[in-house]
Design a protein around this ligand. Structure first.
Ligand SMILES: Nc1ncnc2c1ncn2[C@@H]1O[C@H](COP(=O)(O)OP(=O)(O)OP(=O)(O)O)[C@@H](O)[C@H]1O
Ligand SMILES: [Mg+2]
Length: 176
């Protein structure tokens, strides 16, 4: 019997501790962890680089879907600030036969600022600069997952005239 694989979607603001939790899941669930910063910084020396992060994420989603079809557990360690992004990836994961788990990692302002400072001091190669103004702006943009979303008990309809798969291909243009 083949066990149903799990797709873990890491959700949270910068320095919330997503990659730390993702590494724990990697070992406890033998899951393939896909963390874009580990690719963006060695490839381009920065975290976004003219939209190439979206291209990289699309390629990593393709890898994730192929791994799920092979029965492997997968972690997409993207942050996923938007409810639409999370719903689209839930739909893709379920279409690939996976059980989908949203792992929301919450952090308050003070701990977030402290962790950013400590991480920058300890390992500047692994991250990128973040100003106090960035942190305020990002927190306002971030859509905190609702309880029904975390429980997976409700799936939003896709934007009108579209499907979540189509929406995902617009959001992540390299996605096949
Ligand atoms: N529960 C925790 N308590 C204290 N420090 C933590 C905790 N979790 C993570 N950290 C520290 O906070 C920093 C940020 O953690 P991590 O890299 O896991 O965050 P992240 O959400 O993946 O950030 P990013 O969005 O920038 O990738 C690291 O230095 C990490 O060691
Ligand atoms: Mg991270």
């Amino acid at each position: 019997m083949t066990l149903q694989p799990t797709l873990f979607l890491m959700v949270g603001l910068p320095a919330a501790g997503k990659s730390t939790v993702a590494r724990e899941i990697e070992s406890t669930h033998r899951a393939l962890r896909l963390s874009p910063d580990e690719w963006m910084i060695p490839l381009f020396g920065e975290s976004d680089a003219d939209g190439r992060r979206d291209l990289l994420e699309g390629l990593l989603i393709d890898v994730a879907v192929r791994a799920l079809h092979l029965g492997m557990n997968v972690i997409l360690d993207f942050g996923l600030w938007g409810r639409d992004e999370r719903t689209a990836l839930r739909t893709l994961g379920e279409a690939a036969g996976a059980h989908v788990v949203l792992r929301y990692v919450d952090v308050d302002e003070e701990a977030q600022a402290r962790r950013i400072g400590e991480r920058w001091a300890a390992d500047p190669e692994a991250t990128f600069p973040m100003s106090p103004t960035d942190l305020v702006r990002w927190r306002a943009q971030f859509e905190v997952p609702t309880p029904d979303e975390l429980a997976g008990s409700h799936l939003d309809e896709p934007p009108s005239g579209s499907s979540w798969a189509e929406w995902a291909r617009t959001r992540w243009p390299s996605l096949r």
